[in-house]
Design a protein around this ligand. Structure first.
Ligand code: SIN
Length: 355
């Protein structure tokens, strides 16, 4: 009886937020694309929350574990890959972005939910935020506990992600991340804790809203360009330029940077100390790399805050680019995409300020 009441409530909520194209009582048509991760993970026991095997349960298993989905959406599913997300590659991002673009171009698809490992979820989310050129909803979710654990968080996260993807409020907001009852922007969110359920945060700004009581409630939106306003067209791309990250630390020398440049990196992101600072040794090495044609972006390893031009380095003189408040892993993605269009550092700096 309790379950029936909850479903009835959810159906009412879905109908009060219809897409413009819906006929009367039709529920949104949401495609779930499964990629693996802990949400599809299996542990040896119900208390196994570390040391489990990620990426084991298929999309049918994920969806059928949440029968309540049928009350809020017409859900179809596809297994696009089955990996722990640290194995996700730029080639996988391209393939996924092409698939999402093609699906959203169809009249019979209203939104997409992607299930993903949490370790690199923010990277796939930001890549899609820049390359899905459609204002229909795209929501990424995952879980911190495997499907076999006591209080597994995957089923509720999937339910909330489908609810969010089917809500009018999610359209036009860019790619959204839905975990732990919170809605976050792909550009801003980052994983902050190794194992906690409350791991996804937006340092300094907070999340966009909550999913609670069967509804998505938004309080703010990102101001940066995304999705339908994006200038990046990846549909004909087969590969992305090589861009790597070098971590800053006390006493760092040019060992890692030289290796990356020697291997042919087109761009480098400095995950700098503090406000994107680099040691004198590293500064010299980055200037040498720039003289060889490598694009250099200064970001910060601190986890929050803005790296400003001509602060910790003479960016105008050295011809470096600054990442603003993008973290190093997202600065890498934006630089990869920027390099598909230009090698002009002024133009790349414009891109970093707009996205
Ligand atoms: C992964 O990222 O695939 C494993 C970890 C997780 O999903 O939480």
């Amino acid at each position: 009886m309790k379950r029936y009441s909850m479903c009835a409530l959810v159906i009412c909520v879905a109908l009060s937020y219809p897409f413009a194209s819906y006929a009367g009582d039709a529920l949104p048509r949401i495609v779930v694309l499964a990629t693996g991760g802990t949400i599809a993970g299996v542990g040896a026991t119900a208390t196994t929350t570390v040391g489990y095997a990620a990426a084991k349960i298929g999309v049918e298993g994920l969806v059928s574990a949440v029968p309540e989905l049928s009350g809020i959406a017409r859900v179809s599913g596809e297994q696009v890959m089955q990996v722990a997300s640290e194995n996700m590659t730029p080639g996988d991002w391209l393939a996924l972005a092409k698939k999402v673009n093609r699906l959203l171009a169809r009249d019979d698809v209203d939104g997409i939910v992607i299930t993903h490992g949490t370790d690199t979820l923010e990277e796939t989310a930001y890549f899609l935020n820049l390359t899905v050129r459609n204002s229909k909803s795209v929501v990424i979710t995952g879980s911190m506990r495997p499907s076999t654990a006591i209080s597994a968080d995957g089923p509720m996260n999937l339910y909330n992600a489908v609810l969010l993807a089917g809500s009018a409020g999610a359209q036009g907001k860019g790619v959204l991340v839905a975990l732990n009852d919170q809605i976050s922007a792909a550009r801003e969110v980052t994983k902050t804790n190794t194992t906690a359920l409350d791991t996804f945060k937006t340092p300094g700004m907070g999340f966009l809203g909550y999913i609670t009581g069967g509804q998505a409630h938004f309080y703010r939106a990102t101001t940066k360009r995304h999705t339908s306003q994006s200038e990046f067209d990846i549909m004909k791309l087969e590969a992305l330029p090589e861009v790597h990250i070098v971590y800053g630390y006390a006493g760092a020398n040019s060992f890692m940077l030289d290796a990356a440049v020697g291997k042919g990196a087109a761009g480098m992101v400095n995950a700098g100390t503090g406000d994107g600072s680099m040691s004198d040794v590293m500064k010299a090495a980055y200037r040498e790399a720039r003289q060889k044609g490598v694009i250099v972006v200064r970001s910060s390893r601190t986890g929050s805050g803005f790296v400003a031009r001509n602060g910790e380095a003479k960016d105008d003189e050295y011809d470096f680019v600054v990442a603003g408040n993008l973290n190093p892993q997202k600065a890498r993605i934006l630089l990869m995409l920027a390099l598909t269009k230009t090698k002009d550092t002024k133009e790349i700096q414009r891109i970093f300020m707009e996205y």
